[in-house]
Design a protein around this ligand. Structure first.
Ligand code: MLT
Length: 396
C-alpha cells in the first residue's frame, strides 16, 4: 500500500503567509475599495535596478541568435554567475572556489531542499522566533526539532546552550523576524559548538545586504573554523528585489564532511539529478547585481527601504511602543501595545487602519505578544501606516 509522508499531518493547517493572505483576502472581499498598507510578508516593492534590467534584456537577445543561444545550463550554476558571487565574497575577504558556489532559485526553496543532505534521524535546533519554513521543512523531513526560545534579554541572538545536543542548527543573521544580528564573537561560539559536536550550521544570509554596522559579519565564512561546519544559503530576493524574479546561491565548503561523506559532492549529486539549474537569462541578470554598478544601484533601493524603517521607528517611539530591528535588517519587531496578543493586533491593525503586518506568534510560541512590520512596503503607504499607528496608539 502506498504510504504518504504522514509528517504532513503534523504541520499546522496552513503556512503563516498563506494564512495571512487568506485573512487579508477575506477583508478585501468585504471591503473591495479598501487600500491596504502592506507591511506583512517581506515582499519588495521597488523595481529591479537598471544594470540588472539591461543584463536581462541582453540575455534575452542572446537567446534570439544561434551564435549566442544557450540551452541547458550547468546544474550547479554558470561559471559567470559563480565568478560574480565569488567576487562579492572577496569584497569581505572571504575566498571561495567556484566549485563551492551553487546557483539556486532562492533561499526559501533551498532551505527546504538542502535537507536532502541529512538522514531523517537527526535533531534540529531552531532558535525562535524563526522563519516558519525552517520548522515546517524539518517536520516534513521527519526530524526531531528543538525549539530554542530567544528574547530581548539576549537581543534575540543567543549564545549556544552547551546542555543541548543538536545535529543541524539554523542561524539567521540579520534575523527574520526580529532584525537581530549575531556579532562575530557570538558566531564564533556557534562555530565552536558545531565543530565540537560534529553538527552542521545552516546559515541563512538572505538579509546580509541590510547590515550597516561594520563589525557585523555578512557571512558565516568570515568566522574561523566555519568551513568545517557550515552551509550558507543566500538570495537576491531582498538584496536586489528578486522576489518575483528568483535567483539565489548556496555555499558549501569542500572541507564540510561528516561520516566520511562530503556535503559539497553530495549537493552536486543532488542538483545534477534533481534540477536543470536556473535559466541563463536569470543568471545573467543576477550576475549583474554583483558588478560595481549593480552594487551601487541596489544600495540606493536598500536606502529607500531603510528610510521606511526610520519612519515606522519614529512612529513607534512617539507611541511608546518598544521595538528592535529596523537598523541592520528590513524588519521591525515590536511589542504588541495594550497587552494585545499578536493575532489580536493583526485584526485591529487590519480593521481599524488597513495595515497588514505579521503576528509574532506565527514565528513560534515565544513570538506571542510581538508583531513584525516589513520595511519593503511602498514608501507613501509606509508613511501612511506610520501616521495611522500614531493615530491608534499615541497617548493624547
Ligand atoms: C518573510 O516575509 O518572512 C519572507 O519574505 C518570506 C520569504 O522570504 O519567503
Amino acid at each position: 500500500m502506498i504510504k504518504p509522508n504522514t509528517h504532513y499531518s503534523e504541520l499546522k493547517s496552513s503556512y503563516l503567509f498563506y494564512n495571512i493572505a487568506q485573512k487579508t483576502k477575506a477583508y478585501t472581499d468585504i471591503h473591495p475599495d479598501a487600500h491596504l498598507l502592506r507591511l506583512g510578508i517581506g515582499d519588495v516593492t521597488l523595481p529591479l535596478c537598471d544594470t540588472v534590467i539591461k543584463a536581462l534584456h541582453s540575455a534575452v537577445d542572446d537567446q534570439a541568435q544561434k551564435e549566442t543561444f544557450q540551452g541547458y545550463m550547468p546544474e550547479c550554476g554558470a561559471d559567470f554567475f559563480k565568478q560574480a558571487v565569488q567576487s562579492y565574497y572577496k569584497r569581505r575577504s572571504v575566498s571561495l572556489s567556484e566549485d563551492e558556489i551553487f546557483v539556486s532559485s532562492g533561499a526559501s526553496d533551498e532551505l527546504g531542499d538542502i535537507l536532502d543532505l541529512f538522514d531523517d534521524d537527526n535533531t534540529v535546533l531552531i532558535i525562535e522566533p524563526a522563519y516558519p519554513a525552517y520548522v515546517d521543512a524539518n517536520i516534513i523531513a521527519g526530524h526531531r526539532i528543538i525549539h530554542l526560545p530567544s528574547d530581548i534579554s539576549d537581543d534575540f541572538a543567543p549564545y549556544p546552550d552547551e546542555s543541548i545536543d543538536a545535529d543541524i542548527i539554523y542561524l539567521c543573521s540579520p534575523n527574520n523576524p526580529t532584525g537581530a544580528t549575531f556579532t562575530k564573537e557570538k558566531l564564533a561560539q556557534w562555530v565552536k559548538y558545531a565543530n565540537e559536536r560534529s553538527a552542521v550550521i545552516i546559515f541563512d544570509a538572505a538579509y546580509e545586504a541590510f547590515i550597516e554596522d561594520e563589525e557585523i559579519p555578512h557571512s558565516i565564512f568570515e568566522i574561523d573554523g566555519s568551513r568545517t561546519c557550515a552551509i550558507e544559503i543566500s538570495s537576491l530576493s531582498k538584496t536586489a528585489g528578486f522576489t518575483g524574479t528568483r535567483c539565489g546561491y548556496t555555499v558549501i565548503p569542500m572541507e564540510l564532511e561528516r561520516a566520511g561523506m562530503k556535503f559539497n559532492s553530495m549537493w552536486v549529486r543532488s542538483r545534477t539529478t534533481k534540477t536543470n539549474g536556473v535559466s541563463y537569462i536569470l543568471q545573467r541578470g543576477a550576475a549583474a547585481v554583483f558588478t560595481d554598478e549593480g552594487i551601487a544601484q541596489i544600495k540606493k533601493n536598500i536606502e529607500i527601504y531603510k528610510s521606511n524603517a526610520k519612519v515606522i521607528m519614529s512612529a513607534l517611539e512617539k507611541c511608546g511602543i518598544r521595538y528592535c530591528g529596523g537598523k541592520n535588517a528590513p524588519y521591525i519587531w515590536l511589542e504588541c501595545p495594550d497587552d494585545l496578543e499578536s493575532w489580536e493586533l493583526f485584526s485591529l491593525l487590519l480593521e481599524k487602519a488597513q495595515i497588514v503586518g505579521t503576528p509574532g506568534a506565527g514565528f513560534g510560541k515565544c513570538g506571542e505578544r510581538y508583531f513584525r512590520l516589513s520595511m519593503f512596503g511602498d514608501v507613501s503607504d509606509t508613511a501612511e501606516a506610520a501616521r495611522r499607528i500614531e493615530a491608534l496608539f499615541k497617548a493624547e
